[in-house]
Each structure stands twice: as structure tokens, then as C-alpha cells.
Design a protein around this ligand. Structure first.
Ligand code: C2O
Ligand code: CU
Ligand code: CU
Length: 511
């Protein structure tokens, strides 16, 4: 008990204020009853907007700008990002304050070359501390965005602990890994959910020679799609049920939302149910689910289908044709959609089979021009290392569940029965080894995510190298996890961001 409360106290309130802020936070965030809510195929409760949402398929799809390096040398590209609040017109005619990387949501897209170092200098002009995580990156521990490794903001610094940097700080990414669709997002202890929700998320693509030799669609026909649901207040601000909307010290959401926050408005690249005019040609879409709690079951109507070419950590061995993509939070699906067989004027809608009403739709494509297309989808994409169960030097079980830690009638989300604590390490795998992990999910759905390490699934049909896997309530996944790159302490956690903020996270240490 004491270690749990003191961890939260350390992070949120500091010693003296502990019983005040710490417990107020807990009262707010913990329901002893209704924590098993599930709606629209996702753990969580629906939050309804307080203004009229726009009609669907009216706003053009925005494409986040690609960030230019401020300088570059023989080995390294240098970038600068300022995290700040800014006004955005997300809903037509409505002004919304976002917290964005360079003030925009999604943040600018970074494009790196595999094997070249990328250094990003982050400046924090927000009132709160931040931590930047490159999701899917094989990154040294001191640059991984550990939740208490903070860049302090313009607000008061009391009540925080951990490593606190004031002023700009560099994140160094060696990017010794194949072409992939990564993303960067906030990872501040206890506050990742609300800070990502306000806009702190962007794409970081890695390209390499192999991928470029394949002839896949490129340029204007290689488009990242960040899907994220939100709700809005009457004044246009993002609606989120924080106990303390200042996000200063008291974490947590009000008790109806402890299972997750689901919005009623589906944004793609920060626009509501947008429309993209396409040529009658093949397009590559890098689909990311950046939602806090919502899972999507994506389909295309009008007879179109997806050819999956990549997953979280890069290209598959071979393309896979599929009608449906089930995408949990933080997963990436790299797909080709071929619009060449459709007549001009054809509308193809990307739908969400898990949704109801507005959330059953995501965006629309309209075929508006004929075009030449010399792209192709080769039968063989990338030869990737295939892990086999006999390589596993250890087996471990990870259980994601509610409860297991009761304190004054409050229940937390836990990993192997324990809420997050900075000192508790759930596994100590050896650098360079492969382990077999069995992950189990109880009470509701949980997407499992592990930093640094990539894995392959032993059960189920999903292919390729992944860093996040969805688990249904009662579900189990068997993974072969490879620990490569760096020694040090990292986190694994549930990527339902409300669960993560409410302690469903644990350390592992590569030794
Ligand atoms: Cu996308 Cu630890 O997170
Ligand atoms: Cu991550
Ligand atoms: Cu969870």
C-alpha cells in the first residue's frame, strides 16, 4: 500500500500534500463498481459532444506537413519542435485549442532514413511537464520518453518528481531498424491520456533502400492516416473528463470513464470524417489508430479491399489481401488500396464496423481523375527474420486486469496484480535473446504494448513484426519477443491510455 500511494504522491502531490491531492485524485479516478464498461467494441464509455457535429465527408483530408531538418551532417539530421497551445479549426467554423507539436494536431511528420541518426530538440511551452516517446522506435533508455523523464513546462514545478529537465532537450534516435510507420506521442506519467487527447501525437516514418526498390506507391500516393476520436464542449474545446482539467498535479478521469474515453466524432489527421479525392490508381495508406480507447473494425464499401503490406514495425514478407482491419489503439496497418478499377465519381467509404451512428463512419474517398500508375505490389516484400519457439530462452506470463490492488475501496488497473511503481521490474530479459511471453487480458479489452522490443505472434493470424497487440476480454496472446539494441529500464503497458494512466504499466529491464 505505502509504496503505491507514495509513488503517486511523489509524482503528483509531494509529501505533505499527499493525502489531499493524492486521494482526491484516487477518488475521482477509481470506480469500485462500473469499471467494466464496454461500448462499441471498446473498453470505455462514450462522451457526447456539447455542440452540433458537422456532416460527414465535407472537410478535405489534411496531410500533416513533413518537418524539415534545421541542419544535417554526414551522420545525423537535426530537428526542432516546440510544444505549445494553439487554435485550430477542427470543426468548420469552430475554434479548438490544441496542445500540439509546433502547435498543430497531428504534429508534423518526421521522415528519417534507416541507419541515419535523428536528433529532435523539443522545447516545451505548455503549462505542464511532457515526455516524448517514439512509439516503435528502438531507442536508448534515456531517450525513450520514460514517464518520469520530464521536460518541465511553464507552470509550477512543485509536485513533480523524476528527472526534470528545464529548457530544451534532445532526443537522439539511432534508427537502426527497417522502414516502418512509427509515431511519437506524449508519455507523461499519469497524464498521457489527456495530453495525447489534446493533440500531442504525430507520425515518424522510417524509409530504407529496400522499401524504395519495391515500386510501392510513393509521393502523393503514400498517405498517413491518423484516426482518433474526440468529443467537443459547446465552446469548441476538446471534451475530456479529467478530474482536474488544468492537468497540473491531480491525475485521473471521473468515475464513469475509468474504463476509457470514447469520443463521438471521428477525426482523421485532425479533421472530422474527411474526404479525400483520389486518382484511379493505387494508394498506400499508413493507418494508425491514435485513439485513447477506441478500437476500429475498418472496411471499405463499394467492393474495395485492402492489401496489407506492413504492420507496426515495417513490411511483411508478403502482401495479404483483406476486407477487414481490426485496429486497436497504437497499432499501425500499412495498406494499399487500388482505386483503378472504379469509375470516376465513385465514392468509397471507410467504415468502422464497431461503431454506431457517427462513429460507424471514418472517412470517404472519391475517385475524381484517371491517371497513369506504374506502382506495383510485389509478391515478395521484405525478407524479415522469422523467430521460432525453440529460440526462446525464457517464458513469462503477463496479466492485464482490473483490481488486485485495493486501497480505501479504490481499484486500479494492474499488470500481474500490481499497479505501476518505478521500482518494480516485472522481467529482466537478457540483451540479444528471444523470450516467449503469454499475455492475458481480463475484465475488458486491453491492447498490450512493449517499448524497445519487437515481437511476432505465435497464435492468431496476424503477421509481421509488431509492438502492440490487441487482446479481447479474456483473450490471450503468445508472443516471441526479441530484446535487441539496448540495455536498460523500459516500460510495457496497456495502450488504452486511461488504463495506462491508472497504473496499467510495468517496468522491464534489459540486462
Ligand atoms: Cu505508444 Cu508507451 O506508448
Ligand atoms: Cu511505445
Ligand atoms: Cu487496458
Amino acid at each position: 500500500m505505502t509504496s503505491r500511494i507514495s509513488r503517486r504522491a511523489l509524482l503528483t502531490a509531494g509529501g505533505a500534500a499527499l493525502t489531499g491531492a493524492g486521494l482526491a485524485g484516487c477518488d475521482g479516478i477509481i470506480a469500485s463498481g462500473g469499471a467494466n464498461n464496454s461500448a462499441q467494441g471498446s473498453a470505455g464509455s462514450l462522451l457526447t459532444s456539447k455542440l452540433d457535429l458537422p456532416g460527414r465527408f465535407q472537410v478535405p483530408l489534411p496531410i500533416p506537413p513533413v518537418l524539415k531538418p534545421v541542419r544535417t551532417d554526414g551522420t545525423t539530421d537535426y530537428y526542432e519542435i516546440t510544444q505549445k497551445a494553439a487554435k485550430a479549426e477542427i470543426l468548420p467554423g469552430v475554434s479548438t485549442t490544441v496542445w500540439g507539436y509546433n502547435g498543430i494536431f497531428p504534429g508534423p511528420t518526421l521522415v528519417s532514413r534507416a541507419g541515419r541518426r535523428t536528433v529532435v530538440t523539443h522545447r516545451n511551452e505548455l503549462p505542464v511537464p511532457v515526455s516524448v516517446h517514439l512509439h516503435g522506435g528502438k531507442v536508448a533508455p534515456e531517450h525513450d520518453g520514460y514517464p518520469t523523464d520530464l521536460i518541465m513546462g511553464t507552470g509550477p514545478h512543485d509536485g513533480h518528481s523524476g528527472r526534470m529537465t528545464t529548457g530544451p532537450r534532445d532526443y537522439v534516435y539511432e534508427l537502426d531498424q527497417p522502414a516502418a510507420t512509427l509515431w511519437y506521442h506524449d508519455h507523461r506519467m499519469d497524464f498521457t491520456g489527456p495530453q495525447v487527447y489534446r493533440g500531442l501525437a504525430g507520425f515518424h516514418l522510417i524509409r530504407d533502400d529496400l522499401e524504395e526498390s519495391l515500386g510501392l506507391p510513393t509521393g502523393d500516393r503514400d498517405i498517413p492516416l491518423m484516426i482518433a476520436d474526440r468529443a467537443f464542449e459547446a465552446d469548441g474545446s476538446f471534451r475530456y473528463p479529467s478530474v482536474d482539467p488544468s492537468l497540473a498535479n491531480t491525475p485521473g478521469v471521473t468515475k464513469d470513464y475509468v474504463s476509457g474515453v470514447l469520443g463521438d466524432c471521428v477525426l482523421v489527421n485532425g479533421a472530422p470524417w474527411p474526404v479525400l479525392e483520389v486518382e484511379a490508381a493505387r494508394y498506400r495508406f499508413r493507418v494508425l489508430n491514435a485513439s485513447n480507447a477506441r478500437r476500429y473494425k475498418l472496411t471499405l464499401d463499394g467492393g474495395a479491399s485492402f492489401v496489407q503490406i506492413g504492420s507496426d514495425l515495417g513490411l511483411l514478407e508478403r502482401p495479404v489481401r483483406t476486407k477487414t482491419i481490426e485496429i486497436a489503439q497504437a497499432e499501425r496497418y500499412d495498406v494499399i488500396v487500388d482505386f483503378s478499377g472504379f469509375p470516376l465519381g465513385k465514392q468509397i467509404t471507410l467504415r468502422n464496423g464497431n461503431g454506431r451512428g457517427g462513429t460507424a463512419d471514418v472517412m470517404r474517398f472519391v475517385v475524381t481523375r484517371t491517371a497513369s500508375d506504374d506502382s506495383r505490389i510485389p509478391d515478395k516484400l521484405a525478407a524479415r527474420e522469422q523467430l521460432s519457439p525453440d529460440q526462446a530462452v525464457a517464458e513469462r506470463q503477463i496479466v492485464f486486469a482490473r483490481g488486485g490492488a485495493e486501497m480505501n475501496g479504490m481499484t486500479l488497473w494492474t499488470v500481474n496484480g500490481r499497479p505501476f511503481s518505478e521500482d518494480y521490474v516485472v522481467a529482466r530479459p537478457k540483451l540479444g535473446t528471444v523470450e516467449k511471453w503469454t499475455i492475458r487480458a481480463l475484465n475488458v479489452e486491453h491492447p498490450f504494448h512493449i517499448h524497445l522490443a519487437g515481437f511476432q505472434l505465435l497464435n492468431g493470424s496476424e503477421q509481421g513484426w509488431k509492438d502492440t497487440v490487441n487482446l479481447d476480454n479474456g483473450g490471450r496472446a503468445e508472443l516471441l519477443v526479441k530484446f535487441a539494441g539496448y540495455r536498460g529500464k523500459y516500460v510495457l503497458h496497456c495502450h488504452n491510455l486511461e488504463h495506462e494512466d491508472m497504473m496499467m504499466m510495468a517496468n522491464f529491464e534489459v540486462v
